[in-house]
Design a protein around this ligand. Structure first.
Ligand code: HEC
Length: 152
């Protein structure tokens, strides 16, 4: 009985591997991306890169386990949903009002510790922000919100 259950689990695991995720095509950063558009200092650029851009941009790097269902489905879902809400590679194309709004949401999400997603931090220690690093990004987004609130 126990052997049959184990065999069953292995079989299901094998079969679900047929359902591959569709990966986002990697695009080189452009001048519309938030980093080349806003030119933050090096530390902010690195923090953005390490904590946000792997779900909210066109520069997605997939970890090896993104090949393995069902984890792959879960990762693909985060990336799809994340980019739908906010794509920092499209930053330059957003209207001033949208920039202000997305910047505001960004610092709010960070202040509430909703972003970066906990599951992402679990798998990516470089995204495990210290309080100080979190504050640096929050201040960056607050400044952006102000900048585009005045302009818009
Ligand atoms: C593992 C992928 C992942 C990472 C990393 C990540 N996000 Fe997200 N983000 C999502 C997903 C999925 C959603 C939509 C669902 C939700 O709100 O939980 C989202 C939603 C958001 C929203 C809400 C946008 C809206 O229109 O409602 C903001 C703002 C945001 N993220 C900012 C950030 C910032 C800033 C960082 C880096 C500090 C970050 N995210 C890191 C996946 C991610």
């Amino acid at each position: 009985m126990k052997n049959k259950i184990i065999l069953g689990v292995i079989l299901v695991f094998a079969v679900i591997q047929i359902y591959r995720i569709e990966k986002v095509d990697y695009e080189e950063p452009t001048k519309n991306g938030i980093i080349l558009y806003e030119i933050p200092n090096k530390q902010v650029a690195q923090l953005l890169d390490e904590t946000c851009l792997n779900c909210h941009s066109n520069q997605i790097t997939y970890p090896w386990y993104s090949e393995i269902a069902p984890v792959s489905w879960w990762i693909a879902d985060h990336i799809e949903e994340g980019r739908e809400h906010l794509n920092f590679s499209e930053w330059g194309n957003y209207s001033p009002g949208k920039k202000a709004h997305k910047a505001e949401e960004s610092w709010e999400e960070m202040e509430e510790k909703e972003m970066p997603l906990e599951s992402y931090v679990f798998a990516h220690s470089e995204a495990d922000l210290s309080a100080e690093e979190r504050e640096i990004l929050i201040q960056f987004f607050k400044k952006l919100e102000n900048k585009y609130t005045i302009e818009g």
